[in-house]
Design a protein around this ligand. Sequence first.
Ligand SMILES: Nc1ccn([C@H]2C[C@H](O)[C@@H](COP(=O)(O)O)O2)c(=O)n1
Ligand SMILES: [Zn+2]
Length: 176
Amino acid sequence: SKIWHNNTTTIHGATDYPPIKREDILESAQYFMGVALLAAQRSRDPSTQVGACIVNEEKKIVGVGYNGMPNGCGDDTLPWRRSGDSPVETKYFYVCHAELNAIMNKNSADLKGCTIYVTLFPCNECSKLLIQAGIKNVIYLSDKYHDDEKTVASRRMLDLAGIPYQNSFVRMKAVG
Ligand SMILES: Nc1ccn([C@H]2C[C@H](O)[C@@H](COP(=O)(O)O)O2)c(=O)n1
Ligand SMILES: [Zn+2]
């Protein structure tokens, strides 16, 4: 076996010494959006699965969430359909959005100065929550409801509150 000398240490039997630092690592923005995408995979919504990951100024994850029915209400009891005879028979009156859940799941005292990575552009209700929670930056992936009135109102509030929003195209790379 090889004997490697590391200034002060002699390492017997090492096959991969000296260690070379990996440079081709996942960038932090990709990592955080990756966490949001993974969280989205937990959603039971048959049409749109949304994930959100909140990150503080030290680049630590402080909250993760996905869209789902309120706690204790049962995923199979309330409707998941998009349309029905009455809005009471659709998911929209019940589902908790990913951003709401990420905020409620926070593991820090507050979310002031945080960035949210979210797989779908925040709706108007979520933008209200983000603003009031003190979130300072929004990174999103899909903007499929860009022209909806709710999204127009959402952008209007974020603009007024001085919260920038950026689109992030994530190319997930295999980690091996
Ligand atoms: N900012 C958002 C916007 C929507 N959602 C959730 C709410 C629903 O479960 C789903 C949208 O359903 P669709 O109308 O596309 O069938 O996405 C969210 O979590 N956050
Ligand atoms: Zn929302």
